[in-house]
Design a protein around this ligand. Sequence first.
Ligand SMILES: Cc1ncc(COP(=O)(O)O)c(C=O)c1O
Length: 438
Amino acid sequence: MAMATPSPHGELLARHRAVLPSWLSLYYDEPIELVSGEGRYGVDGEGKRYLDFFARIFTTSAGHNVPEVVDAIKEQAGRLLHSSTLYLIRPMVELAERIARLSTIPEAKVFFVNSGTEAVESALMLSCIARASNQVLAVRHSYHGRSFATMSVTGNRMWSASSLSPLNVSYVQSGYRLRSPFGPLDDKELTESCVRDLREVIETTTAGDVACMIAEPIQGVGGFVVPPDGFFGAMKEVLDEYGILFISDEVQTGWGRTGEHFWGFEAHDLVPDLATFAKGLGNGLAIGGIVGRGDLIDSVNANSISTFGGNPLAASGALANLDYLLSHDLQGNALTVGRYLLQELNDRVAHFGVVAEVRGKGLMIGVELVEPGTLVGSPAAAKQVLETCRDQGLLIGLGGLYGNVLRIAPPMSVTIGEATDALEILTDALMSVERLAT
Ligand SMILES: Cc1ncc(COP(=O)(O)O)c(C=O)c1O
């Protein structure tokens, strides 16, 4: 009998599985290749069109194939791809000037790398050098990357493959209410309790001379956990008493995605010592970095380079993308469309038995799924919604401690019309898991 010819995706999947790591997880029972995109839409290798509400992990901030960004990349690629940090790089200097100004950090300096992991790694290294300590505070449910140091400040078992670490880490509360003993408290009491807990963690689990605390203003991989406004500002008051530095991980929350602010930390009434960034800056180009107090950034006491960090191609594309985000007020758009999505999801699905919580800010919206009548996370329901949405032409993401949180995070240029189309698909998909579960 003749063997059936595999589909283009099936054939690529077999090749992928043969030569790439088993832990490089793919979405969907039948994974897809995305081959082109336009605005908020993407097309796969078999010609199916999708509305993209995960923005390739929040990286496509302006949208797919934005002419202003693509033209800048083409123009730079036609002249010079690379020169290394041994030579002056005009677009890198310009980008650093822009980010330093935007950061609100006084006399800020910037260091560019190639990913969020590398950015967090650099911020941790700088803090540890500056404070001559390897003790670090991190937040439960956090995600900061896949290297040894970043994994060790990741408070999520699903993403922490090893306890080997260059750091000594103590974990503090995140302000995530759902399963927390502090959950029933109002915002003020929750913040005060977590701040008291922070002080106790410093006093009881560290040697006192802690280098830094790292936190995401809104936890991304954790499932869009939004602590009360001012939460980390209140924590920072305690950190300041001990001289502990504060690193704001803005890899997901930067560039206006939270709608209310340009940086996530601004909701917390604080100015960080260091902030890390990546993802949305390059609209898909590999660029990340840190911005922070100049004296801290200058505190490395040996030579250090980044061969590709701030390279002409990535820096030119990022400059064009930043121009686009700012000149089109995509932060304002994230606020408007984000509020619409949040309100509609609350109205349409928050009362479902499988939905424990609809939460978020700006274009970071999470729907946490559980077994009805319990707080037991339901990754199976989340996976089914993901699959159904994909069948219906909508890409969304997953997150949360148990992989049971739907994550909705379209490019920041998304329109109300596109949000309405996505809501229809998502509501229907949730309705079908609700019917099965109740
Ligand atoms: C908050 C945060 N920090 C760091 C990282 C690591 O970034 P990258 O995957 O670019 O290494 C991520 C990635 O999702 C992230 O969400």
